[in-house]
Design a protein around this ligand. Sequence first.
Ligand code: 6GU
Length: 220
Amino acid sequence: MKFNILTIFPHILDSFFSESILKRAIDKKLIKINTVNIRDFTNDKHKTVDDTPCGGGAGMIMKVEPIYKALQKTKKNRKNRIVLLTPAGKQFNQNIAKKYSKLNQITFICGRYEGIDARVENFIDEKISIGPYILNGGEIAAATIIEAVSRLIPRILGNIKSIEEESFSANQPFELEYPQYTKPEIFKVGNKKYRVPKILLSGNHKKIKEWRIKKAKKHK
Ligand code: 6GU
């Protein structure tokens, strides 16, 4: 699966993609991250990507032409979804992540919060936000979505079972989240002892399963 990221800060996400699971997925060619510098699609001497708002007002607005040209360069095919990242978009969620994970290619346009020429909307499939708060630009949103989508692509996570057991994939958000523990069985802070629940050390898998279901329901 290929992710195109159109941005004026092409290196902002470099370290994010060069560690851990996403790095492994890129190395194994399960995903490809194609960062496109919008500035490369300007044709004036100063490589201008923004300009003052028509009608007046504060701030700068991202120009439509460089974004349009950058979009033309990302190879189009039936399954290439073009997503404008903006706090005014539809809120991203796990169902959207699942749908995206079935596509061949997604192109993210990272706007700066101050604004983007509204004519860009003629060249996109949808507007997406990652939550009800304002970021300076869409780059962190692109990283968030790419991480959520990538881990649903088969073979990217080492342990596929952990996805299957995950509450979200059962379409029951949070319901199946039970508390997890690892060694040591007793964690001491001063004279206070924090213990792993005895049942989890019992080896009784049926009882453990029942306990986990009970705990997960309480969690809600
Ligand atoms: Cl996609 N962009 C910006 N600038 N802010 C956001 C966002 C996106 N999603 C939530 N806040």
